[in-house]
Design a protein around this ligand. Sequence first.
Ligand code: FAD
Ligand code: FES
Length: 376
Amino acid sequence: MSTATAVSRTVSATQRVASWLKHLGISEYAFDDTISLVNPLLTVHRLHAQVIAKVQETPSACTLVLQAGPAFAGLTPGQYVMVGVSINGTRCRRAYSPRSVNGSADRFAITVQRQAHGKVSNHIHDRIKVGDVIEIEQSAGEFTLPTPAPSQVLMMAGGSGITPIMSMIEHLKRTQSSTRITLVYFARSEADRIFAESLSRLAKEWPQLNYQPVVSEAFTGDQTVPQPALSQTLLDDRMPGWRGVSSYCCGPAPLMDAARAIWQEAGLTAHLKLEAFAPNRPTGDANARHQIRIQRGEQAMAFDAPGNQTLLESGEKAGHALKHGCRQGICHECTCRLNSGSIKDLTTGEQIDGNGQTVRLCVTTALSDLDMQALS
Ligand SMILES: Cc1cc2nc3c(=O)[nH]c(=O)nc-3n(C[C@H](O)[C@H](O)[C@H](O)COP(=O)(O)OP(=O)(O)OC[C@H]3O[C@@H](n4cnc5c(N)ncnc54)[C@H](O)[C@@H]3O)c2cc1C
Ligand code: FES
């Protein structure tokens, strides 16, 4: 019997046992908790992965190579995986963009950039070590290539935004795709450029990759000066003909805003796919005091929210334990129904006037007093 057949039989046997136990009133999570005492990689609902290598990529970015259990269903290049770690007894989840290791379905790498004061990124850098087991979820996300892949693509990355794009490039190379790729990759300096060596090597041996590294900051004397960012002129220079190809962009907010504006002006928004790692920060009036009321079952929570905080932040600052998971608009655990009042959705910039719509507290800021109902 092949290893793949043995693995798939183990998974289906484990899933069958979990489903029988569910019939007997024993929850699937209780089953997972029990089996994880034997081997955490064998869980079927709350998935785990073991760190099998840790590599420092740049002074502020490290890669974890992870071995997932057989119930992990694999990934499409460009997707994200939610990773959960326990920090001081609190379970924290964040999204990271995995790259398959040699096309394997259950072995992948995530590369994590330290964020100033960031809870999870610094924990991964400072505390997670080879041999540790962390929680993962099945991969998800729409930032992926179509099938079949287009004949030509333009990819734009800034900083750690290279991770989903690298996953797609490695996949195209591995599958011997005929797609021609132009990669415009912004980094503050060569030392900060994640995968710099691998990309240079790949571009030398694979003529289909037109690699265009751009340094986005320069030191002149004791000053740091921003260099020309993404613009039509830069694109015309690095990839004449960019208007006719499918384009992908992932990076910090100014890069994404520039891409959005360029493609909008060219009337080509349908050709551009964007992936944001962090929603825009709220920029409303810090002195505003909108009165927020959230009903959860019998419990009513009331707090004030200024215009420069998300509703999740304001509620927590007022001492309420608001249900949440990822804090970045992905898991929907903070979803509430907006019965009345107006909010701004930070992921789209849209204003929503309450009429029973669902909104996520972690990516929402108040524009008026609000009446809401928690949904989970
Ligand atoms: C779909 C998706 C894929 C992602 N893939 C990756 C990846 O492959 N590699 C990676 O390093 N990160 C990735 N991220 C970002 C990651 O999920 C976390 O947001 C990041 O690691 C920061 O988490 P933290 O707990 O350290 O910071 P938090 O404690 O959540 O935040 C601390 C502070 O840092 C700011 N901040 C948080 N994230 C960013 C950011 N990206 N840029 C600028 N400021 C930020 C916050 O606004 C806050 O002020 C991805 C995010 C998404 C939504
Ligand atoms: S906490 Fe995950 S969507 Fe808000």
